[in-house]
Design a protein around this ligand. Structure first.
Ligand code: UGB
Length: 598
């Protein structure tokens, strides 16, 4: 009370609210006025921020926390009363007529889409010190994830307006959700690379705020152990993306501009855009309000399972059930073996890859009701079985894929299963953890993430008629992976199977030890026989026909020890480097028609 005169009237209101919420411990230790007054004012600047960045403010946060902490203490299961079953959705098979049809529909729709990347996480599991979107997706060209994503969106935008014969190209908006951990470095990466060719006005960064930590079951806000004038905060999870988008006002801007879809994706999946055209096509054709991308999932694999939950009171929803909850839920509902593979060798529940396609109109309608608040959870680490005190402070968390939990039963919630090799190879696990992954389950490491890109590109070319040698098995960082030829291309070279197929003619072949990098739009492979490394750079107006027999010493994949600090972290986490011994590299910097036939 003695310090009240230091505060603005609105800060006094906040102080009263905190007292009403049982949070007076936050300032009980304050010394007399005149001592550390600036720090005291700073506390209220932080309180104001915490209050405005949470839907419903701190009062809602504390109320939700008390309820969730009480449920957790009681051991209440959030899925009580729900029975899981396998939902139905669209299952695609790469390259067949159905897939091609959905891809075409998706490309048409892409100009009506906005893309949202959630990139606020630091990736503790990966043990990498930088931001994950700056990591090379593959080291043949060194293209980082953010560049790959931006070039994919631009390619999609261009292909979409070409297909619909639009007179001018619509700019597809790209939003990146950052956090205090990633914001400055993400902006710096964009600025120092001229936004990788995208107009800076097309990109928008929205920073998520952390939430207050909680010290006990009464949801007393925790003070920072190192600073008694600061409330301790931690990340609230990727679910924040919905309230941030809502409060930014962008959704209405997009609706007014005629957009129809919002696509959400995560930070390190180098394959993702190979799956986007077809899945957007599914959304548009099936009129899905919510479409979750999924892959076949091995039982107990550390990705959530897409599940239909039916409540005894009649409610029903299709939702992601996190992997640590699926097994107990199944066991509690008449499946004594829990989360196990079925006769296909996979779990019957498709694996959530956290790529969501939402229809904009129904999305805005829903957020107008909820303000973007997502059902939260709390995961306190208790000191003992009495569950009365915590080992360390906790906080509420939320996940973006829980958005459908508040939807009415009339909402059209579906999913699209895509071949794993085509759609999903995230970089999440450090080498030591990856090496411990049970045999047959995916490593989700930097090693497997890069190898998966070569595998997918090789298999796509194979399907387009190119003869390829079989991959060889090699071990890097304790992980056995298949090594295919190192084939990469710019997204504008080919985004859909139909487009890629149209660029491969005659009888082409590529040996396993080869490298092929196509860095241009109009490069036609015709009767090419490659045994070595071939790099083609071309400007947009240059049409290059590449054929004949090309042979050289090539680029070799060499194993390295991840503990060898002589190599940069980006290479150590993969366990290999590419030794560029000999290549044929040609650049076409002027428009025109060219032929490369050594
Ligand atoms: N992220 C944020 O932007 N903000 C945050 O506060 C936290 C994360 P993780 P997670 O694909 O295998 C998810 O940590 O949460 C971003 C799904 O929940 O990589 O363990 C972060 O930058 C799970 O169902 O993943 O698990 C990153 O881009 C499963 O699908 C993204 O959110 C799993 O991903 C994911 O963060 C998976």
């Amino acid at each position: 009370v003695k310090n009240l005169h230091l505060l603005h009237p609105d800060q006094i209101e906040l102080a009263k609210m905190l007292v009403d919420l049982g949070q007076s411990h936050l300032f009980q230790h304050w010394p007399e006025p005149g001592v550390e007054d600036e720090q005291k004012k700073a506390v209220f600047a932080q309180v104001a921020k915490l209050n405005s960045s949470y839907p419903g403010g701190l009062a809602s946060y504390v109320k939700n926390a008390r309820e969730l902490l009480a449920d957790s203490k009681e051991g209440k299961n959030p899925y009580d009363g729900f029975t899981p079953s396998v939902p139905t959705g669209e299952v695609l098979s790469f390259g067949d007529d159905n897939f091609i049809k959905f891809e075409e529909a998706g490309v048409k729709e892409a100009q009506n889409a906005a893309f949202v990347l959630v990139a606020g996480g630091l990736g503790e599991r990966l043990g990498y010190n930088g931001i994950k979107v700056a990591l090379p997706a593959e080291t043949t060209t060194g293209t980082c994830f953010l560049q790959l994503y931006i070039e994919s969106i631009l390619a999609l935008q261009e292909a979409s307006s070409r297909l619909s014969q639009a007179t001018c190209q619509k700019e597809v908006p790209f939003v990146i959700m950052t956090s205090d951990d990633t914001h400055a470095r993400t902006l710096d990466l964009l600025e120092s690379n001229s936004y990788f060719g995208m107009k800076p006005t097309q990109v928008q960064l929205l920073k998520q705020e952390k939430v207050a930590c909680l010290d006990d079951n009464d949801a007393r806000l925790a003070l920072d152990p190192h600073d008694k004038y600061k409330i301790q905060t931690k990340p609230h999870g990727h679910g924040d993306v919905h309230s941030l988008l809502y409060s930014s006002g962008l959704l209405n801007v997009w609706r007014d501009a005629g957009l129809r879809w919002v696509l959400f994706f995560q930070d390190t999946n180098g394959l993702l855009f190979k799956a986007i055209p077809a899945s957007l096509g599914v959304s548009a054709t099936k009129h899905y309000h919510v479409n979750s991308l999924a892959v076949q999932r091995k039982a107990k694999e550390a990705i959530g399972g897409i599940t239909r939950l039916t409540h005894s009171d009649g409610r029903s929803m299709v939702i992601n059930v996190e992997y640590n909850q699926l097994d107990p839920l199944l066991r509690a509902t008449g499946h004594p073996d829990g989360d196990v593979n079925c006769e296909t060798g996979y779990s019957p529940f498709p694996g959530n890859i956290n790529q969501l396609i939402l229809e904009l109109g129904p999305y805005i309608e829903e957020l107008t009701k909820t303000g973007g608040a997502i059902k939260e959870f709390v995961n306190p680490k208790y000191k003992d079985a009495s569950k009365t005190s915590f080992k360390s402070s906790t906080r509420l968390e939320c996940m973006m894929q829980d958005y459908p939990k508040t939807l009415p039963p009339s909402a059209r919630v579906g999913f699209t299963v895509i071949d794993t090799w085509l759609a999903y190879a995230p970089v999440k696990n450090n080498p030591e953890d990856a090496a411990k992954v049970p045999k047959g389950n995916p490593y989700h490491s930097a090693t497997s993430g890069e190898k998966a890109i070569y595998c997918a590109n090789s298999r796509i070319l194979q399907k387009a008629g190119v003869q390829l040698e079989d991959p060889v098995k090699q071990v890097f960082n304790g992980q056995e992976v298949e090594v295919w030829p190192r084939i990469t291309w710019k997204p504008k070279w080919g985004l859909t199977f139909a487009e890629i197929k149209s660029k491969v003619n005659g009888s082409c072949s590529i040996t396993q030890r080869s490298t092929l990098a196509l860095k241009g739009r109009s490069i036609l492979l015709e009767n090419l026989s490659l045994d070595g490394a071939l790099i083609i750079n071309s400007v947009d107006g240059a049409k290059v026909k590449v054929g004949g027999s090309i042979q050289n010493k090539g680029w070799i994949v060499e194993s390295i020890d991840y503990k060898d600090t002589g190599f940069p972290e980006e290479l150590r986490t993969r366990g290999f480097r590419i030794n560029k011994i000999e290549q044929l590299e040609e650049s076409y910097n002027e428009p025109g028609e060219f032929s490369l036939k050594p």
